[in-house]
Design a protein around this ligand. Structure first.
Ligand code: GUN
Length: 305
């Protein structure tokens, strides 16, 4: 039986350090870090993520704002708004919430952000710095995954690490970060042969493919560290019961809201793993803490503090 690896204590520690540092700069220079989140359309999950990020900004004394743009915003319209944020001196960080509505080219939109303000670490320039193992902004969720692993006292160097999922914001940057930490990394995806067999060789397993409860005990080596990046809204109580057991809290949530959040990993994996992050409550708090840290770093770089 392993131990649940909660995100909040680790995230609280990082946020408190960020808050203290920001307070110092405010007192010394009268300036605060500024972050703007851009939301195109009305995706409810994206709205709720951005509100949490805005709230985190306020709690740390940052300037934080959400720019709401309608779903029928044109390519040119979005480009003009991003360029205005690039030129706005009080804005240190720009985050375009993903996924964008159909019709937008995500890579093109991200490339419009001034790399100095890329607090998501997914601009092509930032990703180039990452591959060269040079300092620069790094994607928030992978940074959070590394912080969680390190908080257990487990070392990454020399370990077999398997990442399931190859997204731009999690799987790919995480694989590069683990390589930079001298881990031996395998990225798996929907075309991987014998996915469970490959995963079961991992000392550290990261599930980041966005499939509710996909990872069961057969994917896990005894004593592995398992990090669940998945955050999926599930509406069917039968699916929740089959994969996540009879959890009255989740049942009630479906009744009240019509859905409940679940991870990519089945909770019964705790019987086999040494550590397992819950979802929600594991990686999520770290993503926001690392975004605040990235915003503070962008603020310091831009203002030459
Ligand atoms: N959508 C889900 N996670 C993220 C994230 O970390 N950054 C952005 N921009 N969009 C997301």
């Amino acid at each position: 039986m392993g131990t649940w690896l909660e995100g909040k204590p680790v995230a609280d520690r990082i946020r408190e350090n960020v808050r203290q540092e920001a307070e110092h700069y405010q007192q010394a220079h009268g300036a605060v870090p500024g972050l703007v989140g851009v939301l195109v359309g009305e995706n409810p999950a994206s709205q709720s993520y951005l509100r949490m990020k805005e709230k985190a900004c306020r709690s740390l004394g940052f300037f934080g704002q959400i720019l709401y743009l309608p779903g029928d915003t044109t390519r040119e319209g979005l480009k003009i708004r991003i360029e205005a944020l690039n030129d706005d001196d009080k804005v240190d960080g720009i985050l375009v919430q993903l996924p964008l509505p159909k019709g937008f080219d995500t890579h093109e939109v991200i490339s419009w952000i001034d790399p100095e303000k890329d607090v998501d670490g997914i601009h092509p320039y930032s990703l180039g710095l990452l591959l060269q193992n040079l300092p620069g902004p790094r994607a928030c969720t992978p940074l959070g995954v590394l912080e969680l692993i390190k908080s257990t006292g487990e070392r990454i160097e020399g370990k077999d690490v398997v990442v399931i999922g190859r997204s731009l914001i999690v799987g790919k940057p995480l694989a590069a970060m683990i390589t930079n930490e001298n881990g031996t990394v395998t990225i798996c995806h929907s075309k991987t042969k014998d996915l469970a067999g490959v995963a079961a060789r991992a000392d550290i397993l990261v599930a980041a493919m966005g499939k509710p409860g996909f990872v069961g005990p057969e994917f896990v080596k005894a004593g592995a560290v398992v990090i669940d990046v998945g955050s999926n809204a599930v509406t069917d109580p039968a699916v929740v019961r089959a994969l996540f057991g009879d959890d009255p809290k989740r049942g009630k949530e479906i009744q009240d809201k019509g859905y409940t959040w679940v991870g990519d990993v089945q909770p019964r994996v705790i019987d086999k793993a040494k550590w397992l992050t819950p979802s929600p409550g594991g990686v999520g708090p770290l993503t926001i803490a690392m975004l605040m840290k990235n915003t503070l770093e962008a603020f310091k770089r831009r203002r030459r503090f």
